[in-house]
Design a protein around this ligand. Sequence first.
Ligand SMILES: Cc1cc2nc3c(=O)[nH]c(=O)nc-3n(C[C@H](O)[C@H](O)[C@H](O)COP(=O)(O)O)c2cc1C
Ligand SMILES: [Mn+2]
Length: 491
Amino acid sequence: MHTDLKAFIDDLDRRGWLTRVTEPVNPDLEMAAVIDLASKAPGGGPALLFEQPTGFGMPVAANLFGSLDRMCLALGVAALDDLGAEIEKLMTPPKATGILDAMKLLPVVGRLSDLLPKTVKDAPCQEVVKLDGSLDEIPILRTWPGDGGRYITFPLVITKDPETGMRNIGMYRMQVFDGRTTGMHWQRHKGGAQHYRIAERMGTRLDVAVAIGAEPALCYAATAPMPEGLDELLLAGFLARRRIELVKARTVDLEVPAQANIVLEGYVEPGERRREGPFGDHTGFYSLADDFPVFHLTAITMRKQPVYHTTIVGIPPMEDVYLGKASERIFLPLIRKTLPEIVDMHMPPQGVFHNLVFLSIDKRYPGHARKVMHACWGLGQLMFSKCIVVVDKDVNVQDPAEVAWVAGTHVDPERDIQFTRGPMDDLENACDLPAYGSKMGIDATRKWPSEGFTREWPARVVTSEAAGRRAAEIWAHASGGGPGRAGRGTR
Ligand SMILES: Cc1cc2nc3c(=O)[nH]c(=O)nc-3n(C[C@H](O)[C@H](O)[C@H](O)COP(=O)(O)O)c2cc1C
Ligand SMILES: [Mn+2]
């Protein structure tokens, strides 16, 4: 596993998965336009290292996790589902019937403590400490022409609950206002915002540390929809298969990732807000400007030769598709602990995470599809799901064409569409009020007599097994190639 971002970039380079851009590129719009081109290449394009940002001595790394292969490499697996399987195992201790069996469980429990972060004394991220440092030294990008300014787009924002001391790490963009202040775009539903809410109630300043360019597993963990109160460092430790190293920050009461390239230390004041935005967002449209808290810098610490790590968001697909895919696969087994009837889940990139969620279920009783929809609307960040399509377990939800076909043939709209209202993602632009609007569930399962459907439900059109086998042979001869491609419905 890669213990820091440089090791990951070197590994990408060795595999030929990294494109070095050696000519000067301007971080103002130009760099983002190149990253956009790369992201739109089939499969996500290569990782990028801009060696000469115009006007800066610091290289810029982008699109590092922007393909399935690279996301898997970052998390040390051959396929993302391997992580799901590991989590499943961790969450399902073998049945203990006697004392000997019970003792066999101890390693499972022990493993959890192996994942806790550990504090070190000497940290690469503090090789250089600048109490009077300025953000103007960092090649921070302006992504789109309509953006309100330059934004730090891959920050790992670290805070602690002022009452309980529980840590949170979330990725919230930071708009550069000047060399020493930025916006702090934690949306109201997120961990950082909750810590700030408590600090405001207590009337106290909230310390904030921001790591940029940390080890890959930690970069991902900051984006993961961890349940509130669970430390993202635990997830990062599990994914990295080793304890994440922390070091005490120099000017705030927080620990920061020792292996990061750059750390911004500072605070947000209770009651302070400033206009943030607009910003060309994940949705592919500009988010409107709004008031957000202000981050005040107290120190910049960094490696001697730091790389500035960034990403861009915009019209899908972009790098965030692969970060989201990792969450889809990693969190499915956890969701299934509450909703075991869910067989598979898919959020197609065009749905920008929450706009379109496909679920296949093992339907057991009347109304089951609706029960699952409501459960999802009440479960963590799945609450943002704008349209949930539920199909039977024999439908492959990873194939949006199959879902469209099945939904089109299984749905009586007046009967099968469930509307409700609730919290919406802050980026949601179509609802009348900010962060509050309506959701739709489509029950595209086969309908049962117990649900009021008394006509006969038609079967899928599939040839006989014998004819199918024979056809494959005939096709192989006729087309001169290998066995014929299996047609839809023959799986
Ligand atoms: C590239 C990228 C940018 C993001 N920007 C923001 C942001 O500006 N504000 C925000 O609240 N969430 C943002 N998110 C989503 C959060 O990181 C995500 O919801 C995460 O789970 C939040 O963690 P938390 O539950 O600990 O708050 C972004 C995600 C990605 C992948
Ligand atoms: Mn969190």
